[in-house]
Design a protein around this ligand. Structure first.
Ligand code: MSP
Length: 517
């Protein structure tokens, strides 16, 4: 297979239980990756856990366990989350694995050999919760007299210690030039503008080692220092590919990554620090950083202290896997913030899935089975305006969706697919096969067969979003497993093809049954 396509999620901090935000980033990658796979790209999808740093060390101490015990336990939760969300990743990297530690040490040495690192003393603000350094301008004092980072609200502490520094300030102009020459490097454009002004406002050298705690990767030849957790973490994208080992075929094949998917809170790390470090190490840069927005819950910021964390497991139990996947990708413009509400979830699921798509399948395929002996017969398409318009639109659907997916506009891709579904519902109402049954059986079979053909195309395109549900629709249409990728999109159902009896795929929810917490 040609065309490698490498996509990554951020690696998740293991001090927390997985919540909807984590599921969201992974889901977006899964959808993107499945899409590329169906377009016959040679895909590689990486996710994993970020297991070092002061935050983890503190969380372990609080629980009276060692950091290693903590990360072993919690990393498992993220593996489970991926499984229950039907996330099809190829590798799951943990930064405490030897393969990662060795590779990141090589990276450090590579930076050192190129004079990108020097030893000095750091004094400044540090927020353990964000694992980030802040300048005076980036912090404020709260009413209670506590000093916090303005951007995240995380408490900061004053740190003074010997530290290695990365010469980030050398890269200001090169980064700006790079953003300008590669306008699609940071998406969406609001984030690109934000990052550009951050860099324009001036870059200081970055402290990249700590000596006041020990849960991290030791700095080569100076192990009283451990590496700054973000340098350690960012390199996972490369270390997982076998960089610097005898078996680096994946590195050769897949690096640079096509897409690092991240949340908006961590875009600076990915779009400023990471490319600067790669430039310094003379390694190729990823092709795109896409920063998505954040979910709120019924209008409120999601936080442990507010007790409104949305448990992904509960969502799946209440609404079903594919309904949840659909909602998360459809409800909000990808890239912007969005609000989760049970009411919206029920509304989307009922109107788009149960009513529009579900009913279309039910009413057309049931009639085909009952009154046409399950047999497709499109025959010759005459000059009926509606037949031609519908088939023409279906023919163009793939290209439209493909273009939206290239921009990670998942919500638009789904809107385009569901506009096709609505159009097909209008077609069935207009052609009224239940009336044709009494007047023109042949025409009835043709109309129903045209609809089955549209459903086939819709289901092929829905596979990345709702793999199980789309798979069931393709099963009902009796489509062979090897005729489900995008190369089969334009192959029309053959006359004489037999379909299977339809089953109900999307149950309707009664709004009052939705949990009200
Ligand atoms: N460990 C770092 C990433 C290192 S990557 C080299 C980290 N981890 S995290 O667990 O805190 O966050 C992981 C992802 O979850 C981020 O992309 C973040 O934006 C996302 N989300 C966390 N809460 C979220 C919401 N409420 N809504 C949407 N996504 C959010 O940062």
């Amino acid at each position: 297979m040609s065309n490698p396509y490498y996509i990554t999620t951020p690696i998740y901090y293991v001090n927390d239980k997985p919540h909807i935000g984590h599921a969201y980033t992974s889901l977006a990658c899964d959808v993107m990756c499945r899409f590329q796979k169906l377009a016959r790209h040679d895909t590689y999808f990486l996710t994993g856990t970020d297991e070092h740093g002061q935050k983890i060390e503190q969380a372990a101490a609080k629980n009276n366990i060692t950091p290693q015990q903590l990360v072993d336990r919690f990393s498992q939760n993220f593996k489970c989350l991926a499984k229950i969300f039907n996330i099809e990743h190829d590798d799951f990297i943990r930064t405490t694995e030897p393969r990662h530690k060795q590779a990141v040490q090589l990276f450090w040495q590579r930076l050192q050999e190129r004079q990108a690192i020097y030893l000095d003393k750091y004094s400044g603000w540090y927020a353990v919760r964000d694992e980030a350094f802040y300048t005076d301008k980036q912090i404020e004092t709260t009413d209670k007299g506590e000093k916090v980072a303005i951007a995240s609200g995380a408490p900061v502490e004053w740190v003074e210690e010997e530290s290695y520094f990365f010469r980030l300030s050398d890269y200001q102009e090169r980064l700006l030039q790079y953003y300008q020459n590669n306008p699609d490097f940071i998406m969406p454009s609001t984030r690109r503008n934000e990052v550009t002004s951050f860099v324009k406002s001036g870059l200081k050298d970055l402290s990249i080692s700590r000596t006041s705690f020990s849960w991290g990767v030791p700095v080569p030849n100076d192990d009283k220092h451990i590496m700054y957790v973000w340098l350690d973490a960012l390199f996972n994208y490369v270390s997982a590919l076998g960089y610097g080992t005898d078996d680096d075929a994946n590195y050769q094949r897949y690096w640079p990554a096509n897409l690092h998917m991240v949340g908006k809170d961590i875009v600076i790390f990915h779009a400023v620090y990471w490319p600067a470090m790669l430039m310094a190490a003379e390694l190729p840069l990823p092709k795109r950083i896409f920063a998505h927005g954040w979910w709120t819950n019924e209008g409120q910021k999601i936080s442990k202290s507010l007790g409104n964390v949305i448990d992904p497991l509960q969502l799946l139990e209440t609404y079903g896997l594919d309904q949840t996947r659909y909602f998360l990708m459809r409800e909000v413009s990808f890239g912007q913030d969005g609000d989760f509400s049970h009411e919206a979830m029920v509304r989307r699921s009922n109107s788009d899935l149960a009513n529009d798509l579900g009913n279309l399948c039910q009413r057309s395929l049931t009639m085909l089975v009952k009154h046409c002996d399950s047999e497709i017969k499109i025959g010759d398409i005459g000059d009926d305006v509606l037949d031609n318009a519908l088939l023409e639109r279906a023919h163009n659907l793939y290209q439209a969706v493909y273009e939206e997916m290239q921009e990670q506009a998942f919500h638009k891709a789904l809107a385009t697919i569901f506009a096709m579904v609505s159009e097909t519902n209008r077609y069935i109402d207009c052609k009224a096969p239940w009336v044709l049954r009494k007047t023109d059986l042949e025409r009835m079979q043709q109309v129903l067969s045209i609809i089955a053909e549209i459903i086939r195309r819709v289901a092929i395109l829905l596979q990345p979003f709702m793999p199980d549900a789309a798979g069931k629709i393709l099963d009902m249409l009796n489509i062979a497993p090897d005729a489900r990728d995008f190369t089969a999109f334009d192959e029309q159902l053959a006359d004489g093809h037999r379909i299977n009896p339809p089953v109900i795929i999307f149950p309707r929810f009664e709004a009052e049954n939705a949990p009200t917490e």
